[in-house]
Design a protein around this ligand. Structure first.
Ligand SMILES: C[S@@+](CC[C@H](N)C(=O)[O-])C[C@H]1O[C@@H](n2cnc3c(N)ncnc32)[C@H](O)[C@@H]1O
Length: 165
């Protein structure tokens, strides 16, 4: 499976804004991590302990630094960009979603970007998705501002930027 369209679309923007270090948080089968590495970005992968076992060989092949999801809260990686493609909409508990966003915030440098992509809740699309307002409420509980919104075929990608203090 190729990289997410949102990720491919935003590469020129990220390059223009000197993005280099990326945390792919909930990296899945590494489609975005591999693509971004090929584009010259330095990518750290974070995944659940169970899923890390499944992607162990691929992680070694691509030499990705890895962080187990249960330890992300212990780090302050100061990355330029955190990706969370289709992760927030599979975390069922609100408290865990809040912890996830807190971890994103604390691992981003000021001025860094956070791409949150989810299935969009909408007419004819009930279920686990988010509306843009729900995603904003979750993410902007931290000091983020909204930079860009991408929509495609029932998918919602929002690029946030961590506000400088
Ligand atoms: C639908 S997949 C998306 C994978 C990838 N981001 C992509 O777009 O292809 C969601 C991934 O999030 C991971 N995940 C779920 N909860 C997580 C958490 N709390 N921390 C890190 N990863 C998590 C799952 O193991 C799964 O691989």
């Amino acid at each position: 499976m190729g990289a997410a369209v949102s990720v491919k679309t935003l590469v020129p923007y990220w390059k223009k804004h000197q993005v280099n270090y990326v945390l792919d948080y909930g990296a899945g089968n590494l489609r975005n991590a591999c693509f971004l590495q090929e584009q010259g970005f330095q990518v750290v992968v974070a995944e659940t302990p169970e899923h890390l076992k499944k992607i162990r060989d691929k992680i070694s092949r691509y030499h990705f630094p890895e962080v187990v999801s249960t330890m992300v809260s212990c780090f302050h990686m100061d990355v330029d960009l955190v990706l969370a493609n289709f992760v927030l909409n599979i975390i069922e508990k609100e408290k865990e979603r809040q912890e996830f966003v807190s971890n994103v915030y604390h691992n981003l440098k000021p001025g860094g970007f956070f791409l949150a992509e989810v299935k969009e809740k909408g007419k004819g699309r009930p279920g686990k998705g988010f509306s843009e307002e729900e995603l904003d409420t979750l993410v902007m509980a931290w000091a983020f501002q909204k930079t860009m919104v991408l929509r495609r075929r029932g998918l919602l990608g929002v690029l946030y930027c961590k506000i400088f203090h």
